[in-house]
Ligand binder design. Structure first.
Ligand code: NAD
Ligand code: DAU
Length: 333
């Protein structure tokens, strides 16, 4: 039996990862440590809440005492817990520094003392910053440009330093933009899908020509699982599916699949410091034997359908705290 501490498991990717592991294996036990910030949602895990191999603990990864109690129970740590939204980091960076950097430090330090067998730090392709042509490899310098990506870069290299200095068996992953079920509707795809369903405007930042490389969340989960077994400790792995698209392309695709009017497209002032293009070279993980499984357009259709069928899930979110946040933005009409 492998016992994992999954942090941030009530968020988008973490909850998909927990579903993935419990569907895939009978011999994993999971402790999900999540603070349940605005982005954490136990509804994402409703179907597994009584699963015999799953346990939820509400708490903060910055809480040393709590992390000290949980760490001796597990062999593997997968750290998803983070403040993850770039726009929020521009408005209010404090929690990004606390959770993404200090929280990662608390986990690493406790993992070191408990001789954890593997520590997977979920970093991001945003740590490289923007690239005009070509793609970043794992050895390229980090040039993060938002408080979010800078905090993630801090944790990314801190995790590496624990490998170099203390031989903690760390693996760092840098994945591109995910999409799929249970993504908080502040991120581009779920925001635009749910707005379009409700005939609300789709706020396109700047000229809409920024490029992101999209990966279906299940492919990301499979890549993390693959690296837990096949990745080399002390190494960093880019993860991506090679679906580079402009934001305008994504917007048009969503409108097409929902059969909604072009008139919902609304150009709004650009995000501050908006990275133009992300692109990662995934040769390293592909050489190890992982490759994405999903066709991009099929996965988009599946995702759009999921949001259509699960309106209760996102309508609940798009009230309360969510609305408070968006009232302060220029884009809600
Ligand atoms: P998310 O915002 O949906 O979920 C984050 C989760 O972390 C939430 O459940 C939240 O409650 C929890 N959390 C926040 N602060 C915490 C704390 N102090 N202690 C415990 N739990 C806390 O994020 P996501 O999109 O699922 O991203 C997960 C991870 O993957 C992040 O580390 C992010 O940087 C990384 N990542 C995301 C993407 C993407 O496209 N979404 C791509 C690459 C990497
Ligand atoms: O690249 C991986 C990263 O992808 C993750 O590390 C982050 O956690 C995740 O939030 C995501 O960051 P982005 O900033 O790329 O994602 P977001 O969905 O916020 O924006 C995607 C693109 O769409 C970006 O160019 C900004 C644009 N956008 C976004 C929103 C929310 C708009 O044009 N309008 C919007 O309303």
């Amino acid at each position: 039996m492998r016992k994992l501490l999954v942090t941030g498991g009530a968020g988008f990717i973490g909850s998909n990862f927990i579903h993935y592991l419990l569907n895939q294996y009978d011999d994993v036990d999971i402790i999900n440590l999540d603070k349940l910030t605005y982005a954490g949602n136990l509804a994402n895990l409703k179907d597994v809440e009584r699963h015999p191999h799953y346990q939820f603990v509400k708490g903060d990864i910055c809480d040393k005492k709590l992390v000290d109690e949980l760490m001796p129970e597990v062999q593997i740590v997968v750290n998803f817990a983070a403040e993850s939204h770039v726009d929020r980091s521009i408005g209010s960076p404090d929690d990004f520094i606390k959770t993404d950097v200090f929280g990662a430090f608390v986990l690493l330090e406790t993992a070191r003392k408990n001789r954890i067998e593997k520590f997977i730090q979920i970093s991001t392709d945003e740590v490289y910053g923007s690239i005009q042509d070509g793609s970043f490899t794992e050895n390229d310098p980090l040039m993060p440009s938002s408080p979010y990506s800078a905090s993630k870069a801090g944790a990314d290299r801190l995790a590496f330093s624990y490998y170099v200095t203390y031989k903690l068996p760390v693996i760092v992953t840098r994945c591109s933009n995910n999409f799929g079920p249970y993504q908080y509707p502040e991120k581009l795809i779920p925001l635009f899908v749910t707005n379009a369903i409700e005939d609300k405007k789709l706020p396109i930042y700047g000229d809409g020509m920024n490029v992101r490389d999209w990966i279906f969340v299940d492919d990301h989960c499979r890549a993390i699982d693959f690296l837990m077994d096949n990745g080399e400790v002390g190494e960093t792995y880019n993860i991506g599916a090679g679906n580079e698209k402009t934001n305008l392309f994504i917007t048009d695709l969503i409108l097409k699949h929902l059969e909604k009017s072009d008139e919902l497209k609304t150009f709004v002032p650009d995000r501050l410091g908006h990275d133009r293009r992300y692109s990662v070279d995934c040769t390293k993980i592909r050489k190890l034997g992982w490759q994405p499984k999903y066709d991009f357009e099929d996965a988009i259709i599946e995702t759009v359908l999921w949001y259509k069928r699960n309106a209760d899930w996102w309508k609940q979110i798009k009230s309360g705290e969510y609305l408070e946040y968006y009232k302060q933005q220029y884009q809600t009409a």
